[in-house]
Design a protein around this ligand. Structure first.
Ligand code: GLP
Length: 257
């Protein structure tokens, strides 16, 4: 794992955007994985800025989002399809038909999930995948105690996740959907370059478990230790419980490749 600890939020966004732009420009028809949540928002703002500066176009990019709530009204502003449109894809030149989201309103959720997974696999997986992390260690919506080789599937949300996300639903827990559809850990692991962005003390335990804990379904993000090309970009608060923090700082500062 490449772990970058950077306290300046705009520098973190820039570092993540550098990776996204580099990976996208290296392919003719690149595939970009997108995450919701608040952590990636500065990265999207930075990518929009670079698009406006004509440094990058998304006209030939296919996007896949990580997850969606089950049963959410498609018009709801917190439906992840709408969130990603408003935060990013609708602000740049993506072709709408190239932005794919799992369908949380499908009659047959299992069949819809399987189709979504096959669509990602048919393009060889994402070239770069932006990821956030839940305070319980989830990535996408893969909650603790699931399968570490799962593909896109329906899932029940933990109470902790629903409490964390209540801020998007007028702080009313009862309004937060109880279930989701999510790319599986196995699906995410097919990405050529996962880039996880996170900050704040609230995530410190999850970050420690992800980077230094055992690889275990108890902390789904820890499976990223098994990926040969993953980048973790975090602030000092999120890094505060890391035992080998000094080494990670040294390793990145003296990177020679
Ligand atoms: C939701 C999303 C995750 C995201 C997490 C963290 O649960 N499904 O993909 O990583 O929120 O969000 P935030 O970055 O707002 O803390």
């Amino acid at each position: 794992m490449e772990i970058i600890i950077e306290n300046d939020a705009s520098k973190r966004a820039s570092l993540a955007a550098d990776i996204v732009v580099r990976e996208l420009l290296s392919k003719e028809n690149p595939v970009l994985g997108l995450a919701t949540g608040s952590s990636p928002l500065p990265v999207y703002d930075e990518l929009v800025r670079r698009y406006e500066n004509k440094e990058i176009s998304f006209a030939n990019v296919t996007a896949f989002t990580l997850d969606e709530y089950v049963g959410i009204d498609p018009e709801h502003p917190e439906s992840y399809r709408n969130v990603i449109h408003n935060a990013f894809t609708g602000r740049v030149d993506f072709k709408p038909e190239n932005v794919n989201c799992p369908d949380g309103n499908a009659k047959d959720l299992l069949a819809a999930c399987a189709r979504y997974d096959q669509a990602i696999a048919a393009l060889g997986g994402t070239d770069v995948q932006i990821i956030g992390i839940g305070s319980d260690g989830h990535i996408a919506f893969n909650e603790p105690g699931g399968s570490i080789i799962s593909r896109t599937h329906p899932e029940a949300l933990t109470l902790e996740t629903r409490q964390d996300n209540a801020r998007f639903f007028d702080n009313k827990l009862e309004l937060v959907p109880t279930h989701c559809v999510t790319q599986g850990i196995g699906t995410i692991m097919t990405s050529a370059h996962p880039v996880l962005v996170s900050s704040t003390k609230h995530k410190a335990k999850a970050i420690r478990d992800m980077c230094e804990g055992p690889v275990s379904a108890t902390c789904p993000a820890s499976i990223l230790q098994m990926h040969p090309n993953v980048t973790i970009i975090i602030d000092e608060d999120a890094a505060s419980l890391l035992e080998r923090k000094d080494y990670y700082i040294h390793r990145y500062a003296t990177k020679i490749w």
